[in-house]
Design a protein around this ligand. Structure first.
Ligand code: HEC
Length: 108
């Protein structure tokens, strides 16, 4: 008897919880965009430090006119605001890679 009541209660909980879960689902933009390959030393460092939280999609949508200071503050912002685990010593190389790959020093 007791188990049956328990199961009925569980079913009731599941029935009320399910529609809620369905309405709360969100569709994220397509992910899995990789960083553009490069022979620059910052490429490997960026792979280690920049795509743990989001894909390289974010870099791709930055303005190609963005100059070095823009990328520099971007990397710092990731560390300060979002606590990205980036070594200060790696920052110049990462910024160099970013500005030459996605910013205004492309092809230089
Ligand atoms: C600890 C997690 C984390 C790491 C690691 C990280 N980011 Fe981010 N990044 C975020 C979050 C959170 C946002 C903001 C997302 C949003 O606003 O939708 C963001 C946004 C961005 C954006 C979009 C522009 C903007 O200002 O919001 C760029 C570009 C970016 N990150 C680049 C980088 C680069 C380059 C690195 C490596 C140096 C990096 N991220 C590492 C968490 C991280």
């Amino acid at each position: 008897m007791k188990t049956r009541v328990f199961i009925a209660a569980l079913a009731a909980v599941a029935a009320t919880a399910m529609p809620q879960a369905a309405t709360k689902s969100i569709t994220l933009p397509p992910d899995g965009v990789q960083l553009k390959e490069s022979i620059l030393p910052g490429f490997a460092k960026a792979q280690a430090s920049c795509v743990a939280c989001h894909s390289a999609e974010y870099m791709r949508y930055q303005p190609p006119t963005a100059a070095r200071p823009y990328w520099d503050s971007m990397v710092k912002r990731m560390k300060v605001v979002f606590k990205a685990p980036i070594d200060d010593a790696d920052m110049p190389a990462i910024v160099d890679y970013l500005v030459k790959t996605y910013g205004n020093e492309q092809g230089k």
